[in-house]
Design a protein around this ligand. Structure first.
Ligand SMILES: [Zn+2]
Length: 289
């Protein structure tokens, strides 16, 4: 990473200017920026799996991101913004919804009438997963730390919301399944949460994960893994096709982006404090002056 660095993985806005080789986009077009720049030429990119491109560079991580008035992006990273979506909503959709969509629909192939456990449902990706699993016809059990967040999860479509602050939260989830455990775990926490969630899988169940802020190294009992015939699925970001799909579905009103707060860009430190305090339900969006 080159310093000074500009944070911000996702961004939306108007095209302010075009380079000499840009064609197709016009100044003033409303766009959302695909979160990573990929080579467009490797086997993964050509197969449509651009999330697996070895040359992938993510905005706000490997190149300057969206905490800015202006962002420089290749033209092929610009997706037209549906007229029904505002910039603030558009900036809150991509990471949460395309990541959760790719995990549940493409990687784990969620099916109607399955029971899905969503850990940390109050986060951006968790609140998207609750909506997507519900839309797929699954029975959704989500976890969250506070009563207020659990109420929001029920309003978003979760059939049950369990406090992960309780030491016996896993027992409570098992009780809600009537004993056998869940068909599918949507996991993005890691550490002790991963271990507890894995213990809740029914025989033949599967876990899909995209995160490990709560602990990257976890114990794994191989005998339990094969006897229970469990499937562990990693999932990395999302291919651009998933971004297009979720933009369309949010624009059509099928899914609702969950915004906790919209703050001016100058208050970025306050936005970070909100997230660090784990009090936010959904995304915090920064708006340049
Ligand atoms: Zn590539």
């Amino acid at each position: 990473m080159r310093l000074p660095h500009v944070l911000g993985i996702e961004a939306a806005g108007e095209v302010a200017g075009l380079g000499p080789s840009a064609a197709g986009a016009r100044v003033g077009d409303r766009v959302v920026v695909v979160r990573a720049v990929t080579c467009g030429a490797c086997a993964a990119c050509l197969a449509g799996d651009d999330n697996l491109c070895a040359g992938r560079q993510t905005f706000g991580v490997d190149r300057p991101g969206g905490y800015a008035e202006y962002l420089l992006a290749p033209q092929r990273n610009l997706l037209p913004l549906p007229a029904t979506l505002g910039f603030e909503e558009a900036a809150a959709i991509q990471v949460a919804f395309s990541t959760a969509w790719f995990m549940l629909v493409e990687r784990a192939r969620v099916r109607a009438a399955e029971t899905v456990l969503v850990t940390a449902g109050g986060s951006g990706v968790g609140s998207a997963a609750v909506q997507i699993a519900r839309q797929a016809g699954a029975r959704v059990i989500a976890t969250a730390g506070s009563e207020a967040k659990r109420e929001r999860l029920l309003a978003l479509g979760a059939h049950a919301a369990v406090s992960h602050a309780r030491p016996d939260w896993a027992d409570e989830v098992r009780r809600l399944t009537g004993g056998p455990g869940v068909d599918l775990v949507f996991e993005h926490v890691g550490g002790a949460t991963w271990t507890a969630a894995l213990s809740l899988l029914r025989r033949g169940g599967r876990v899909v994960t995209c995160g490990a802020h709560g602990g990257e190294q976890v114990p794994l009992d191989l005998i339990d893994l094969f006897r229970r015939q469990a499937t562990l699925l990693g999932s990395y970001s999302a291919p651009t096709r998933s971004v297009l799909e979720v933009l369309r579905l949010v624009a059509a009103g099928v899914f609702r982006p969950v915004l906790h707060a919209t703050l001016p860009l100058v208050d970025a430190s306050r936005a970070h404090a909100l997230l660090a305090a784990r009090e936010a339900f959904g995304k915090v969006v920064l708006v340049p002056a």
